[in-house]
Each structure stands twice: as C-alpha cells, then as structure tokens.
Design a protein around this ligand. Structure first.
Ligand code: SF4
Length: 198
C-alpha cells in the first residue's frame, strides 16, 4: 500500500505510528537527519520476503558476543513495546537510544533511552522527571553546566558503539550535540529553534 512506503508516509504526515509527534518529522519541521531511502529499501525487502526475521539464533549471538545495538535507526523506539525490545537490550548489554516521546511513555524506558530535547527548559523538564537528556543545539550554542558535548563531535575517532554514553538512566552526564546533516535540514532545524525561542 502506497501510504506504508516510508517516504510517502513521511511526506504526507502519515508517520505517527513510526515517529509519534516528534517535531523534526519531514511533515512538520523537515529536519530529521534520517535518509528515508534506507527504510524504503528495507520495507521493499520486507514486502518481497527478503528481510530476515530476528530469531533465537540472533538473540544467542547477541548474548555471546554482546554486540552494541541502537534502539531503532528510524522512528521512535517506544512505538515498539518494551517487552519486544527488552530481551534484545539485555542480551546485548550495550545499547544507545533516544525518544521524543519521553513526556508520555512508560517510565521504564528511562533505563534504556535518552530524552531527546531541543531547548534548555525542555531539558530541565525531562531531567526533573528522571530522564537523562540528549539536546541538539545550534553550532554556536553553549552547553549547560550539566551537559557534555557528544564524544564523536568532540573527536571523530569516537563512535556510539564504543562510547555508549547515550544509554539512558545512569549517573553519566547529559549530552548535547551540534546539529549536523544536510544543509537544508540544518537550516530547517535552526528555524525551528528560533520559532521556539520567540
Ligand atoms: S555521546 Fe555521541 S558518540 Fe557517545 S553514544 Fe552519545 S551520540 Fe554516540
């Protein structure tokens, strides 16, 4: 069905069941960094029966090798039930993840995910509710006292799979990162930040 194709759903605002009410969606501010051609290809493979199902075999491999995982490469991880994610997360033991749905979701997610926020008041609100935060900032914006810059931005020899700072509730610091990506997406994000500050 056409409306199920990721690029079509995103363009026409039919992606709530994937992205929730994230303000960065293509149909809203159009600043999400995800290149939707990848989910399109995955969806096509799924339709043609060529997308492998995650099975006990993969779970056993994760338990053995503890490969680091990211909870979701497109969309909000909380749209998939926690009981689906949890065995995978626990088998790996090394994970990163983010949600824009932190205001409304089950608080058990705090142990695995960062709250995605875009302003200091939003960050404070999420932190007061027990979340660690990941705040996207303008390239020249200062950090808050309780934030550090993303380790990859600090030094591109670091990457998420070894850094693993963005792994939800712990005593680790909150993270901020400078907006990056395609110029038009960055520009849309900066306009969004400006509209929120007015
Ligand atoms: S701080 Fe940066 S490099 Fe480290 S896990 Fe978070 S996003 Fe990845």
């Amino acid at each position: 069905m056409l409306s199920h194709i990721p690029t079509y759903a995103a363009k026409y605002g039919l992606d709530n069941s994937i992205c929730g009410d994230c303000p960065l969606k293509l149909s809203e501010t159009g600043s999400c960094y995800v290149n939707l051609l990848t989910p399109n290809n995955i969806y096509h493979s799924y339709l043609t029966g060529n997308y492998p199902r995650f099975s006990e075999k993969e779970l056993a491999l994760l338990q053995h090798y503890h490969y680091p995982i990211r909870l979701g490469s497109y969309g909000d991880p909380t749209v998939v039930p926690l009981e689906v994610w949890e065995p995978i997360v626990l088998a790996s033991g090394k994970y990163t993840g983010y949600t824009h749905n932190w205001r409304d979701t089950n608080s058990l997610w705090k142990q695995y995910l960062m709250a995605s926020v875009h302003s200091i008041p939003e960050a404070k609100q999420a932190q007061s509710q027990g979340w660690r935060t990941f705040r996207i900032i303008a390239p020249d914006a200062p950090l808050s006292d309780n934030e550090i810059l993303c380790r990859h931005t600090e030094d591109d020899r670091n990457n998420c799979s070894t850094c693993l700072l963005c792994d939800g509730k712990s005593s680790k610091p909150n993270i901020a990162d400078k907006v990056h990506g395609l110029n038009w997406k960055v520009s849309n994000f900066l306009k969004y930040l400006e509209s929120k500050s007015n």
